[in-house]
Design a protein around this ligand. Structure first.
Ligand code: ATP
Ligand code: ATP
Ligand code: MG
Ligand code: MG
Lengths: 265, 265
């Protein structure tokens, strides 16, 4: 069973867009997929039709009240199952600050339902706080969307250190699967320099067997495509909204790269 | 004296780019400008040459140890003065959770130095947590960079509620100066719809005298320009790096709109 955490503390690099559309690509191959929204801004949840202002129970109740995940799970039109977020999650980081095992709350909450799914995908907020740490402790593979701009590599180093720490002390199963280049301003010197810097970093880590050990840059790059920005307002994935767009082609290709071209897990 | 807070909990919408280049535009007119970085990712600080890994004192020490701002203030090549951030700030939200007056820590710390400056600009993290609340309690005018994508308006409503609460209970001087449209995918239906939605929201608030009372959409829009993404790696503003670029033209025009075309304050 694949457990992916889509993480980058840099804002606006396509984490939510990637989580939503990769998950939809899997459902279209017959996989049973669970989506978990760990961002108080709840954009992934809104994308699939959940209203975070509705006072319905969310992942916040799971983490802070120990509510069972089965009571919170929702179906979506797309066929994905969703553990939604809401703004109360922002308070969870402070509320849970002193709690024992606070890094394992999500992982522990998932044990009763793990076997119902072929893949779990977790979307993170632009932060390396307790919610993201919970996601990292619950997952096995880290997927890092990255926009090849100046500070992208520095942020990546910080994220790599965080993953290494989690792997060393909290979750030895965790590793960085790779980096997805998103919204590259192609043809610019800046993006070429950043991607070349990224290749050097990954090559340096390749022989070390550390958290970066097998990380690679996925050969699929997600191009800028306005259809991807439009599809959340239709509450569907890119495959339903604009199946012939570059956005759909790119996320289908990324799913092939990550999960192979076979059907169910 | 103008005190601007550049805020939007949505990630990657140009908060840091706007703070850096608006401040530089003011310095070039002879204003004395203080930049404050309230983001643990410290991108504004890095932009102007500060190394957040250097263990030098930062705004974290001011907020948690009561270190005097004068000991932390740094000069930059550009002529701006900077109160830098570092990653420890991420812990500040939890560390300060129970402290009395925790919303006024920044405002109180600034009183000794306010008169040395014509303008203070504060860059915020993509979050509405305690650090951003400190910024909102210390400022007078809220500037909201916005990328006209689907969830932009929902985030704006949430931000507006937060500003209204701060204004009502913590800082009656606070008001929303306006929204800067950034990186619009011009010519797309999506951006036209979002901007039209935004105009309707602002018009509805205009007669209400609330936090949104005089908010407007600035007529200057910041176009997508790779030079803006490149200039942080040169540790200068767009005016030094690429003075003829659209990025420089747009930020100069925005500065004219916000501050008028006169010289010193
Ligand atoms: N490939 C793309 N082409 C065009 N627009 C995109 C693309 N990927 C994402 N977007 C749009 O860019 C904005 C930022 O993307 P998204 O919300 O997925 O990033 P994020 O990393 O999840 O942001 P945050 O850090 O705020 O959670 C959104 O409005 C989204 O619709
Ligand atoms: N007008 C623009 N044209 C091209 N690139 C831009 C523009 N504005 C910002 N960028 C680039 O887009 C990325 C995001 O911008 P920026 O870091 O200023 O946003 P932010 O809102 O401060 O993000 P965060 O929420 O992570 O703090 C940066 O790499 C920046 O250099
Ligand atoms: Mg997101
Ligand atoms: Mg920023």
């Amino acid at each position: 069973m694949r457990r992916l955490v889509i993480v980058n503390q840099k804002g606006g690099v396509g984490k939510t867009t990637t989580t939503a559309n990769l998950a939809a690509a899997l459902v279209r191959r017959g996989w049973r997929v669970l989506l978990i929204d760990m961002d108080p801004q709840a954009h992934l949840s809104i994308h699939f039709g959940f209203d975070p202002e509705s006072n319905e129970p969310t992942i916040y109740d799971v983490l802070t009240q120990g509510t069972s995940v089965t009571e919170i799970l929702r179906d979506t039109e797309e066929g994905l199952r969703l553990l939604p977020a809401c703004v109360d999650l922002a308070a969870a980081e402070v509320e849970l600050a002193g709690v024992d095992d606070r890094h394992y709350l999500l992982r522990n909450a998932l044990s009763p339902v793990e076997n119902e799914f072929d893949a779990i995908l977790v979307d993170c907020a632009p932060s390396l706080g307790l919610l993201t740490l919970n996601a990292l402790c619950a997952g096995f593979e880290v997927i890092i969307p990255l926009q090849p701009h100046f500070l992208a590599l520095q942020g990546l180093m910080k994220l790599g250190q965080t993953v290494a720490l989690v792997r060393a002390r909290l979750n030895p199963m965790l590793r960085i699967a790779g980096v997805v280049v998103v919204m590259q301003d192609s043809g610019t010197l800046l993006s070429a320099e950043v991607i070349s810097g990224l290749e050097q970093i990954l090559a340096a880590h390749r022989r070390s067997g550390d958290a970066w050990g097998d990380a690679r840059i996925f050969s699929t790059r997600i191009r800028r495509n306005i259809k991807l920005a439009e599809c959340p307002s239709h509450q569907t994935s890119i495959f339903t909204y604009a199946p012939k767009s570059n956005g759909a082609l790119d996320y289908a290709a990324l799913a092939d790269e990550l999960f192979g071209t076979a059907a169910a897990a």
